[in-house]
Design a protein around this ligand. Structure first.
Ligand code: NAI
Ligand code: MG
Length: 410
């Protein structure tokens, strides 16, 4: 049998297209399982996770036979075995982000889903069998941190790709140091979502809500720090409070649910602890009246005002439905505050002025900058961070590069 890496790209593409189509055909089943898996609202699994996961396989299937055009004047060859460790916030989508470019480029993969969310990765395994991929090309390995560490440390792994906490990212970087393994890390974030006084306020309110409450705030690029220009602060805050009161928290399988379950007891405890610190440090907390189910892990949508840059809630990734609001006067001050973080994954800018968007985007130390929108993803668009948010890009042509060795055409 021809090895995966030696198949013509057009043949590898066929398998990837089959996976993409099977994900579309079985989208309802996957969406329900994803909401049961991690607790995210079904409308998000259905409208975001599933279509995007399929789109990633379609997109990279399209590159499989065009690799030589992706890297002009270079000859790309696959690295070998990719060891891929993914988190629990987008279990299927992260599997797609990792597997699709690796396979398109001719690598084989060992994928480890997070211990709290293995279900959709295992169902994806079934789809991969259904697509008739040669045995051993994709391997799905369940387990917790120790399993991830064994995978990363395995001598036959040529490339490590990790998405998760900055803490574990640092451990992995140490573990592969001094080896020939290639590494990409997608880590945490503390993104600024910046609203200027000329922004369309109602649209900005929706963007702010989506920025922090999407997927219960379990999003590495969540807009968790809202920076508002002083003249519109009061108006925006009032509108935000009203909007928070309309968010429904509860059963992830109910189509009307906006905020689902917190992924695990440990994550709920972490959110609770950071929120308590916010109150202790003197920030002012607001939660709308809201009924939470008796059983399970839930957290009401939460806003903090009176936040200063030194507060833990302004510095640390909470990874929950908690927004810290700060104010600014000038664009220069917004830039300074937005970049005042060890992270650099994403940022949002809300303004009617095109020139200001460009001026701000140039100055943001963030891998992704959204203008008058937030949390938008597309397989053709590279995603990744600066500083402690990691390095390497996923998505787009950029996302192929970590999976190939490049040599000048001789
Ligand atoms: P984590 O980084 O421990 O887990 C992510 C993945 O890494 C899981 O598959 C886990 O089994 C694996 N893992 C854990 N230790 C490992 C090791 N030593 N070697 C290899 N793999 C290992 O994240 P955790 O503890 O679940 O969440 C803690 C915080 O991390 C969250 O509160 C959040 O702030 C952040 N986080 C960020 C994510 C992101 O997308 N950037 C995703 C998940 C968590
Ligand atoms: Mg951990």
């Amino acid at each position: 049998m021809t090895a995966w890496r030696d198949l013509p790209g057009s043949e590898r593409a066929k398998y990837l297209y089959r996976i993409a189509r099977a994900l579309q055909e079985r989208a309802r089943e996957f969406a329900v399982l994803e909401s049961m898996n991690g607790g995210k609202p079904i409308k998000e699994s259905r409208d975001v996770d599933l279509p995007l996961a399929a789109a990633h396989f379609f997109y990279y299937a399209g590159w499989a036979d065009k690799l030589e055009y992706a890297f002009p004047a270079m000859t790309p060859t696959p690295l070998g075995v990719a060891g891929q460790v993914i988190p629990w916030n987008f279990p299927l989508l992260m599997a797609a982000w990792k597997l699709a470019p690796a396979l398109a480029a001719g690598n084989t993969a060992v994928l480890k889903p997070a211990e709290t969310t293995p279900l959709t990765a295992l169902l994806l395994g079934e789809v991969i069998q259904q697509a008739d991929l040669p045995p051993g090309v994709v391997n799905i390995l369940t387990g917790a941190g120790a399993t991830g560490a064994s995978l990363v440390g395995h001598p036959d792994v040529d490339k490590v790709a990790f998405t998760g906490s900055t803490e574990v990212g640092k451990q992995i970087r140490r573990a592969v140091a001094g080896t020939s393994k290639h590494l990409t890390l997608e880590l945490g974030g503390k993104a600024a979502n910046i609203v200027f006084e000329d922004a369309p306020v109602d649209q900005a309110v929706e963007g702010v809500v989506n920025g922090i409450f999407f997927n219960q705030g379990h999003v590495c690029c969540a807009g968790s720090r809202l920076l508002v220009q002083e003249p519109v602060f009061e108006e925006l805050l009032e509108k935000l409070k009203v909007r928070l009161g309309t968010l429904r928290v509860g059963d992830p399988l109910d189509k009307n649910t906006d905020i689902g379950a917190i992924n695990s007891r440990a994550q709920l405890e972490k959110i609770g602890e950071l929120v308590a610190r916010g109150v202790e440090e003197g920030a002012i907390m607001y939660q709308p009246p809201c009924d939470l189910p008796d059983r399970g892990f839930w957290f009401a949508p939460t806003l903090f005002t009176g936040v200063s840059q030194s507060h833990r809630i302004a510095r640390e990734e909470i990874f929950g439905p908690v927004l810290s609001i700060l104010t600014f006067r000038t664009p220069e001050e917004a830039v300074e505050k937005a970049n005042n973080t060890p992270y650099g994954l994403s940022a949002g800018i809300w303004t009617e002025k095109g020139s200001r968007i460009l001026w701000m985007a140039e100055r943001m130390r963030a891998g992704v900058v959204w203008a008058n929108t937030f949390n938008r993803f597309d397989p053709s668009s590279p995603f990744g961070g600066y500083k402690e948010s990691g390095f390497g890009r996923e998505g787009g042509r950029h996302g192929l590069e970590p999976y190939v060795r490049l040599e000048p055409v001789s």
